[in-house]
Design a protein around this ligand. Structure first.
Ligand code: NAD
Length: 483
């Protein structure tokens, strides 16, 4: 762990195992941090914020974050293999979305904003009972940020949180998920050995105990929680943060819809629908897991998407041809298999998949699965499964499709496919979601705000909106001339 600039073991001396979900083998041990360790990390972050010039020294922040960028790049291939081993994410996806795209802009974009952002702006002066008042609005760091990360895309989430939180001048206690700690401990070593980031500015506490995260949430010395994870945990964090009224940024779950309009190009969009829902074995918050198909073409679409799902190459995540690896843990495996039973009990029609693959006796694999005749009120259409499971739901007309897509407690993302882009855009503008993709065009990058409506969260990761979330606003009144 990294606490106050030192690489340290747990104060208890205990460690926990990091498992490879594709082989079920132990790949290493991690310090099992305690509440005492979390306390030291929070104290260090508080001291670094209150007594160093990190929050005001733009030049230091830009330099230190670019050193971190270089350090991460120098170990890119070590990160790559470790991410494959600890997440089970296939090499192809690590190579695109998770690692390489994130290293491209995850730190560079917020570093650019250190230079370009309008840290201060002047308002027009006002006359207050004959006295002139000049006015200025100034942006300042929020303070100590507790950053809590899930296991599904750990390095991607970590770098987008750290880039923005540190570029804006905050200090951070980072708590990775117990299932995927190695990317965070490697990052901690690089910060300690290869950057000028001052002691205490970034602390990393690993633990098998979720309550370490909760300690960050309840501690009055922490000013903000930046959380990515499940809606259930997000709700609990909101409750636990209420007594200290700290700022919350919550990136939560999703149950996104892909609306195939009746003029959609099925040759292109049906294979993409299958690839989206099986990306990282369905363990992505924004993946379209409900496929909305016009009743007039329903049977054809069900047959075609099932055929595509049967062609998805899955298995060893090290194989460059593999599109889908295992789910993360035995707990998640049982959870997804449970939903496969629930779907059948609810009366949905299992078209393909639905089991643990017979030919893979090790690893937490699930067959790519399609349910048809799904009613949007069923649990498999309302709840986040986080597995490679597609629910195909029929709709009558465009209004019906919009109604079904919006009939969800979540509002993270949506896809709309049509050969008429204007029509697709009209539908996109009616969806209550934070991200809308026309014909599967994905806008995701460090400069694009990402986040959800409704129970998919509060706030946005990335973009100017994300950057400002890590800032406070101070309004200054100065003696001045009205004219
Ligand atoms: P999770 O909510 O179980 O855990 C996330 C993190 O919170 C972990 O680090 C965990 O240790 C910690 N945690 C658990 N209980 C806590 C508590 N009471 N207080 C503070 N911290 C606590 O989620 P997960 O299973 O690791 O990740 C999967 C979930 O994350 C899915 O629901 C997925 O949709 C969501 N997710 C959302 C986004 C997004 O951007 N919207 C991105 C990735 C993942």
């Amino acid at each position: 762990m990294l606490i106050d600039g030192e690489l340290v073991p747990s104060s208890s001396g205990r460690v926990f195992d990091n498992l490879n979900p594709a082989t079920e083998e132990i790949i290493g041990e991690v310090a099992d941090g305690t509440l005492a360790d979390a306390d030291l990390a929070i104290a260090a972050a508080r001291r670094a914020f209150d007594t160093t010039d990190w929050s005001t020294n733009h030049e230091l922040r830009a330099r230190a974050l670019l050193q971190l960028q270089d350090a991460l790049e120098s170990e890119r291939d070590l990160f790559r293999q470790e991410l494959i081993d600890e997440t089970g994410m296939p090499r192809s996806l690590v190579g695109s979305a998770h690692l390489d795209a994130t290293l491209e802009d995850g730190l560079r974009y917020p570093v650019g904003l250190i230079r370009d952002f309008a840290w201060e702006r002047e308002l027009a002066p006002v006359d207050k009972a004959g006295r002139a008042v000049a006015r200025r609005v100034r942006k300042e760091a929020v303070g100590v940020v507790g950053a809590i990360v899930p296991w599904n895309v750990p390095l991607e989430v970590t770098l987008h949180k750290l880039g923005q939180a540190l570029a804006t001048g905050n200090t951070v206690v980072l708590k990775p998920a117990p299932d995927t700690p190695f990317n965070a401990t490697r990052l901690a070593r690089l910060v300690a050995h290869k950057t000028d980031i001052p002691a205490g500015v970034l602390n990393v506490v690993t633990s098998s105990d979720h309550l370490i995260g909760e300690a960050l949430v309840t501690d009055p010395r922490v000013d903000m929680i930046s959380f990515t994870g499940s809606t259930a945990t997000g709700r609990r964090i909101a409750e636990k943060a209420a007594p200290t009224l700290k700022r919350l940024f919550l990136e939560l779950g999703g149950k996104s819809a892909h609306i195939l309009l009746d003029d959609a190009d099925l040759d292109v969009q049906v294979p993409l629908a299958a690839r989206w829902v099986t990306a990282h074995a369905g363990q992505g918050c924004h993946l379209p897991t409900r496929l909305l198909a016009p009743r007039t073409r329903y049977d054809e679409i069900v047959a075609r998407v099932a055929a595509e799902m049967e062609q998805i190459p899955y298995g060893d995540p090290n194989d460059p041809e593999v599109h889908m690896g295992p789910v993360i843990s035995t707990r998640q495996h049982e959870r997804v298999l449970g939903y496969l039973r629930i779907g059948q009990d609810e009366g949905a029609r299992l078209v393909t998949g639905g089991r643990r693959p017979a030919h893979l006796d090790k690893g937490y694999f699930i067959e790519p699965t399609v349910f048809a005749d799904v009613d949007n009120a069923m649990r498999i259409a309302q709840e986040e499964i986080f597995g490679p499971v597609l629910a195909v739901i029929p709709y009558d007309d465009e209004d019906d499709a919009v109604r079904i897509a919006n009939d969800s407690p979540y509002g993270l993302a949506g896809n709309i496919s049509s050969t008429d882009p204007e029509r697709a855009l009209r539908v996109a503008n009616r969806l209550r979601v934070g991200v809308a993709r026309i014909n599967s065009a994905d806008p995701y990058a460090a400069d694009a705000p990402f986040g959800g409506y409704k129970q998919s969260g509060l706030g946005r990761q990335n973009g100017i909106e994300g950057f400002e979330q890590y800032l406070q606003t101070k309004t200054l009144g100065l003696p001045g001339d009205v004219r």
